[in-house]
Write a protein that binds this ligand. Structure first.
Ligand SMILES: *[C@@H]1O[C@H](CO)[C@@H](O)[C@H](O)[C@H]1NC(C)=O
Ligand SMILES: *[C@@H]1O[C@H](CO)[C@@H](O)[C@H](O)[C@H]1NC(C)=O
Length: 503
């Protein structure tokens, strides 16, 4: 595997699923966690992928999304049985999607092609646009878009078809693309719908909304290149955050009905939300199997120790979209800096991460053999690898065959949110789509990956001494909703940590 394929994987935070005997004695003399945090969703809430995907129906964002740039937007797409679709993209000035800037109305046709050979579990599709219209919700938004268009010659022609700012009319729709008029200003604006060329529909039962088990359907569409200049050419190999069916979305979702009711003249204005300060302390896990462009399936588990600003992480890699067939696991650890509010991505916090230590565990024959045959001293010291056995690769400055280089620095963007159930979510910066790592301040992400959920606040991050800590208290920041069925192990874990602390 070329090094470039595993950029971040190896870098930030493969988080800490110290694979463990649940309640047994700590193996090898090392402290071990109970494993309930390490592979949350795949083992617990079964996810069903619909193949071929059924697109029909209304699909909506469940909150404000951030695209590289940054761009803040909300999507609401409807697919009709005759393959036609109508998509709204609502753009905002602010990261909470409260100040609409402009809205796009996009109409066209989409045709599913075949199962993707590149991205297992995805279906490739072709699309055609018939019409793209834009509505400006303020004079300033009109000026912004006209300014963006004016950077190229074709764009300037397009900008001339927009009214001068003083003639801005609320509610007027301007055509950016019309097949009938043979006009296309979308390129000048950097707009594409390539996200429609890779689709996946997934459903699962939400175990415990207020009303009992509930079907949730998700539509995954292709990812957006992190480099704006590449967007028009890039064919997605990963996904964005999924849209949810407007009829079968997770509950509660205060934004959903607002979004489902909106149109280009009435963009949703989301309810205000108190900004959450970044409190990293604790363990954070992927709520499901994640896909990285280029193409990796993985789950992540990170532990941040707020008091000494150190972190450790495990990345569990898999060869399949359900994250059932493990290939290898990387453990990485290091330090991070104090966070600074981002001036570029409002609502985000900038940090710098250092990776100073790493360990690798091959989990299948192919990876074991590959490591076995790697150049001497390119990945761990001398000696053979064996399946399932973890080896430290710090002394060889990482593991070249897996693209892990140590020491390593990453410029990061983080954000915390609370979902409507009060569960804490941690958003970590999107990795550059070209497979490089954000190792300079200029490459710092401007958008986020799928969020991790707080599994529990690590006991040691509580400032009170452990013996005064009520066991099983609601973790600060509300993260109690560990993967289901985890209550007993959690109790034992807390007991055990408390015990170990006092050894
Ligand atoms: C930071 O603190 C945690 C727990 O309190 C400990 O496990 C870890 O080793 C410390 N890290 C460093 C680098 O000192
Ligand atoms: C790795 O190398 C060791 C020793 O050379 C050998 O016993 C083992 O079978 C090899 N494993 C794989 C998967 O190639």
């Amino acid at each position: 595997m070329p090094a470039a394929m595993l950029p971040y994987a190896c870098v930030l935070v493969l988080l800490g699923a110290r694979t463990a005997e649940v309640l047994g004695t700590a193996g090898g003399g090392r402290l071990r966690w109970e494993p309930h945090c390490q592979q949350p969703l795949p083992n617990r809430v079964p996810v069903t992928a619909l193949l071929p995907p059924r697109l029909e129906g209304p699909w909506i964002s469940t909150g404000c999304e951030v695209r590289p740039g940054p761009e803040f937007l909300i999507r609401s797409y409807t697919f009709f049985p005759n393959r036609l679709f109508r998509a709204y993209q609502f753009y905002y000035r602010d990261p909470l999607c409260r100040e609409p800037a402009h809205s796009l109305l996009i109409k066209g046709k989409v045709r599913l092609r075949r199962a993707s050979w590149v991205t297992r579990g995805a279906t490739e599709a072709d699309y055609h646009l018939h019409k793209v219209g834009i509505v400006f919700h303020s004079r300033r938004a009109l000026l912004d878009v006209a300014g963006r268009l004016s950077r190229t010659q074709t764009g300037r022609d397009c900008a001339q078809r927009l009214p001068p700012a003083r003639a801005w009319l609320p509610g007027a729709l301007y055509e950016l693309l019309s097949t009938r008029a043979e006009r296309d200003c979308t390129a000048a604006l950097g707009f594409t719908m390539h996200e429609l060329s890779l689709v996946r529909v997934q459903s699962h039962l939400q175990p415990q909304p207020p009303t009992g088990p509930w079907l949730v359907e998700e539509l995954y569409l292709g990812d957006i290149h992190t480099d704006r200049a590449e967007r028009r050419h890039y064919r997605p190999t990963g996904y964005q955050r999924p849209l949810q069916s407007a009829l079968h979305h997770a509950h509660p979702c205060p934004a959903c009905s607002l979004i489902a009711r909106s149109d280009e003249h009435h963009p949703p204005v989301l309810p205000g939300q108190a900004a959450l300060p970044l409190r990293l302390g604790g363990r954070w896990v992927s709520p499901g199997c994640e896909l990285r462009p280029a193409v990796l399936f993985l789950t992540r588990l990170f532990t941040f120790h707020g008091h000494n600003r150190s972190w450790e992480g495990y990345y569990h890699h898999f060869s399949d979209p359900a994250c059932r067939q493990p290939t290898f696991t990387v453990y990485a650890a290091g330090h991070y800096t104090r966070g600074m509010p981002s001036t570029k991505v409002l609502g985000g916090t900038e940090l710098v991460f250092q990776v100073t230590r790493a360990r690798v565990t091959p989990m299948d024959q192919v990876t074991t053999a590959m490591l076995n045959f790697s150049e001497p001293n390119s990945c761990g010291g001398p000696g053979p690898w064996s399946l399932g056995t973890e080896r430290d690769v710090t002394a060889t400055n990482g593991c070249l065959p897996l693209g892990i280089r140590l020491p390593h620095i990453e410029y990061e963007l983080f954000k915390m949110e609370q979902d409507p159930l009060g569960q804490s979510l941690l958003f970590i910066g999107q990795r550059p789509t070209d497979g490089s790592s954000p190792d300079t301040p200029e490459k710092r992400p401007t958008s986020y990956q799928a969020p991790l959920v707080l599994c529990d606040r690590v006991a040691r991050d509580f400032s009170r001494p452990p013996q005064h800590r009520p066991l099983l208290q609601e973790p600060l920041g509300g993260g109690a909703r560990c993967p289901r069925g985890a209550l007993l192990p959690l109790l034992l874990l807390v007991l055990r940590l408390a015990f170990l602390e006092w050894l």
